[in-house]
Design a protein around this ligand. Sequence first.
Ligand code: MG
Length: 331
Amino acid sequence: MVYRFACKKYRLPLRVPLRTAHGPWGEREGLLVRLEDESGGVGFGEIAPLPGFGTETVAEAEAACAGFGGQAEEAALDAVPERFGCVRFALAAARMKVPAAPRSTKLPVAALLPAGRAALAVLPDRLGAGFLAFKWKVGVEGAEDELGMLDDLLGLLPDYTRLRLDANGAWDRRTAARWLARCAERPIEFVEQPLAPDDPDGLTGLAADFPVSLALDESVTGLAAAREWQGRGWRGVYVIKPALAGPLEALGAWVDDTKADVVISSAIETAVGRAAILRFVLARNLTRRALGFGVGEIFGDRRWDGPVAGSLLDTGWADSVNSAEIWSALN
Ligand code: MG
């Protein structure tokens, strides 16, 4: 099969710049790809690298796309190297036919609470909007203060909700142990990346010492890293950003084969990439955990954010994303 290939670059300001370990991040750059097969079938994909996550850069992705020219053999599309997880995700998504999941298949979306005490102010509104799962960033302020806030936050959460904590690798071993001892007596869904990825022994030790579920995020950008952790006997959760992790089929096969417990998470991609992920995850029942999707207001522009979404997502959301229209609107 020979495909007609085209790609376009986008550059979108974030509605609210993100604080990251690499400083403030105010603009998302990426590429959309369009593949047309010999019978005129058209599909779209999105290349959305995240700086500092170890995949290809946007510039490298652009060069890889330029290498295809206007036409590409199936074999060439499949031969993109493993490290180019974002390009591989996009090229596979643009060729993928996913049977629609029934509308009754829904997944909750985890609402992201701001760090620090601001979480308490935002929570009532999010509860009112029907959110069932919440994620709170920790390791931002002092542990003493945050541990106090944790109890205030739990006091406001009804029993039917779940709270996950994300330390983004910010704790040292002692602080992490203190937190996990505290969480052991509390209804915490899991604690994400308590230690930096460069301390795998520390992470394994914490998982053995405390009953709280732990999740790996920064430690597992790609499936290869996730498989390594499985080899090490990791029994916790894996936070996977499919837009960085290569073809969705490969992700699905890994989950099916190993029964990995995954949280599907956003890489701050646009509605084009997110719709592909959502369709696949629902059709394949990859997880029952709340999606780590920043749905709604990443760019402050409905074309790129996609339709307004509530606290639950079904394929209806993905179906109302019109990738062809988004592609055409881009110069
Ligand atoms: Mg995380």
